[in-house]
Ligand binder design. Structure first.
Ligand code: GCO
Length: 480
């Protein structure tokens, strides 16, 4: 009888991102990233805060590693700040040795503690100079070459130690939230070419295209120059929430539901697995969606050694029939949390977009596995915030039963996808090791399995959920 289970060498642990935890934004030669400058603009961050201090992890690496060890983590996913390594970002700009040394030592310390490093090269914090110089990913030629130079610098310095590389984290968020909606850095909402016609933005499609090519070029460099020496693997991390049709009896909603998955996941995964964009996107966007030249298509196809999957929640999807009301980036749909019958998909949390529904995780794992030919998957983020958590006392926050329930049900659903449905999931990194700077939401929304007392000397207190993960995984990972 197949049953919920996880393979013997299953890699589990926690995830973070540089700008959300490191602080020390001008230490040892680091210069501004687009998030430093974005946070200085009034009204962009809910509580007017920034990542200037964050969890001060730059100065507390020993503490963070001891915490990971205590919690039983086998792996740690973190990202590098490009602005520490090449502060001005470009291929002709100087490499900042102290910034590079910091990460090399951090990786060595993790390895000494028996924790496997999983390294993300780009988690949204582009060097500000590259935005100012040429618009970052809006300039394909410059951006791809600079990214590749940065990637090569990092592979050279720590490739022999790191076996799991992630090029980009959630390019959908960078592209859409940074270049269309404008709620993330660099906060662009303008349109360079079509605004006079009243058309909606083209920039996010250009930014996404550049990131895809930068990913592909970095993978090629890794495979050509480092893979034989280092024996590691490399892939991209994509966000993907599951969804269900708002009205299952309405064919237009059923179609919109699939279109939505293609616009969020297929936008990046189809080129990587098939060498082209989804037909639904080409149909809706026409020539606003860049084309891959035959060489580019060849270059990008097959560039995932694994599929990195970030997953949080499920939504209902309703089609939009009025073209004047098109929201292009979402596939021209409404994203709702109740279906036609008024049933909520899951309980509310502190984030308006996040409603837990664990079976959606299992369904999405199956959808990805079927569509992309059963790739090896790492769940590179999964976690939740809690409604009103930040208003509670520390004692109450540490008893985070809601998060315990979330992890239990989600990890169980993943183990069903693996043990019962046969999806090839090899790892799981909980978001997040620490409460941290939650981008435009600031510090009011806590995603940590560990409480960080920002005013109380940055002390870390593991919540109940952090301590429960080991037990959950021990119950599901096969002994042999
Ligand atoms: C992401 C993010 C995290 C967020 C998390 C919660 O990749 O979306 O990596 O940075 O903090 O998703 O919103």
């Amino acid at each position: 009888m197949p049953e919920a289970s996880l393979p013997k060498d299953f890699l589990w642990g926690f995830a973070t991102a540089s700008y959300q935890i490191e602080g020390a934004v001008h230490a040892d030669g680091r210069l501004d990233s687009i998030w430093d400058t974005f946070c200085r603009k009034p009204g962009k961050i809910a509580d007017g805060s920034s990542g200037e201090v964050a969890c001060d992890s730059y100065n507390r690496t020993g503490e963070d590693i001891a915490l990971l060890k205590d919690l039983g983590a086998k792996a740690y996913r973190f990202s590098l700040s490009w602005s520490r390594i090449i502060p001005l970002g470009g291929r002709n700009d100087p490499v900042n040795q102290p910034g590079l040394d910091f990460y090399v030592k951090f990786v060595d310390d993790l390895l000494a503690a028996g924790i496997v490093p999983m390294v993300t090269l780009f988690h949204w914090d582009l060097p500000d100079a590259l935005d100012k110089r040429y618009g970052g990913p809006l300039n394909k030629e410059e951006f791809t070459q600079d990214f590749v130079h940065y990637a090569r610098t990092v592979f050279e310095a720590m490739g022999s130690r790191v076996k799991h590389w992630i090029t980009f984290n959630e390019p959908w968020c960078s592209a859409v939230l940074g270049y269309n909606v404008g709620v993330f850095a660099p906060g662009r909402t303008s349109d360079r070419s079509k605004s006079e016609e009243g058309d909606s933005s083209t920039e996010c499609w250009i930014a996404g295209h550049s990131m895809l090519l930068a990913h592909a070029m970095a993978v090629k460099v890794y495979r050509d120059e480092f893979k034989e020496r280092d024996g590691g693997e490399i892939g991209i991390t994509l966000n993907g929430d599951w969804c269900e049709p708002w009205d299952t009896d309405d064919p237009a909603d059923v179609e919109a539901w699939q279109r939505r998955l293609e616009f969020v996941i297929g936008w990046f995964a189809d080129p990587i697995y098939f060498g082209h964009y989804p037909a639904s996107m080409k149909r809706q966007l026409g020539d606003r969606l860049p084309n891959f030249t035959p060489d580019e298509a060849e270059l990008i196809k097959g560039t995932n050694d694994f599929y990195g999957m970030n997953h949080y929640c499920t939504n209902y999807i309703r089609h939009r029939s009025d073209p004047a009301d098109a929201n292009d980036f979402g596939g021209n749909v409404d994203v709702l949390q109740e279906n036609k019958a008024g049933e909520a998909i899951g309980p509310p949390t502190q984030a308006v977009w996040l409603r837990p529904y664990a079976q959606g995780f299992r369904k999405l794992l199956n959808w990805i596995s079927e569509r992309y030919g059963g790739p090896k998957i790492y769940v590179t983020e999964n976690g939740t915030c809690i409604l009103g958590e930040n208003d509670k006392s520390r004692e109450e926050i540490l008893e985070d039963e809601f998060r315990v329930w979330y992890f239990r049900t989600y990890i169980q659903a993943m183990a069903e996808a693996v043990g019962v449905d046969g999806v090839d999931v090899r790892g799981y990194l909980a978001w997040s090791l620490l409460d941290n700077f939650e981008w435009a939401d600031g510090y009011g929304t806590r995603f940590g399995a560990t409480y960080v007392d920002y005013e109380g000397g940055q002390k870390r207190y593991p919540k109940k959920s952090a301590k429960t993960l080991r037990e959950i995984f021990e119950g599901l990972i096969k002994k042999e």
